[in-house]
Design a protein around this ligand. Structure first.
Ligand code: SAM
Length: 182
């Protein structure tokens, strides 16, 4: 389990099926990084394709995320709570984000944000401190995580910069500019 210091945010991805979820799970990890999470944990399997993709992005674009894979999702969640952390499970069946986000943000506990793939076992609904709905329509774990982190950080995460980045984007009105850092 990572160094889950106060207030840090980790993302636990459940239900990854290597034969069909590589792209979506990679996007979950990329959103976790870009939107300010401190760790990404892939439950049950170690899909090296996914883990290497995120490692490559960290190497080139910076960021120091804690990465782990192949852990039991249910044990991880139980252990997280036992150690005093907060578990937030994103699900369309939960409480509306607007009704709980201030309370979650105010908690000084390290937070484990859990997202599923297909059907999420009942245990996670029961173990979570918060079951949070990003609206009550079915959509995607990528969208749910992005909106959750954006609301949690109140938009500030979009101004994050990563000091160890080898390259950075130079914003331009037209075209693409990327500059190398020395
Ligand atoms: N019917 C599935 C279920 O039992 O939750 C939905 C699976 S959905 C394709 C994959 C994941 O996206 C879910 O496990 C959840 O984490 C996230 N998700 C999808 N829609 C959501 C919503 N409206 N609010 C919060 N999370 C959502």
């Amino acid at each position: 389990m990572g160094d889950a210091g106060n207030g840090r945010i980790y993302v636990l991805r459940l239900g990854h099926r290597p034969e069909r979820d590589k792209r979506v799970t990679t996007h979950v990890a990329l959103v976790a990084r870009a939107f300010g999470a401190h760790g990404f944990i892939l439950a049950d399997v170690c899909d090296e394709h996914v883990m290497n993709s995120i490692r490559r992005v960290l190497d080139r674009w910076g960021g120091r995320m804690y990465l782990e894979c192949g852990v039991s999702g249910s044990r991880y969640v139980k252990e997280w709570r036992r150690r005093g952390g907060l578990v937030v499970h994103l699900t369309m069946y939960g409480l509306h984000i607007d009704d709980v986000i201030d309370e979650i943000r105010a908690s000084p506990k390290p937070k484990l944000v859990v997202v599923g793939a297909e059907k999420v076992p009942r245990l996670f609904y029961e173990e979570a401190d918060y079951n949070v709905a990003i609206g009550h329509q079915p959509h995607s774990e990528v969208a749910a995580l992005a909106v959750f982190l954006d609301r949690l950080y109140m938009g500030l995460e979009l101004h994050l910069s990563f000091p160890e980045a080898k390259v950075v984007v130079e914003p331009s009105a037209h075209g693409k500019k990327v500059v190398k850092r020395g």
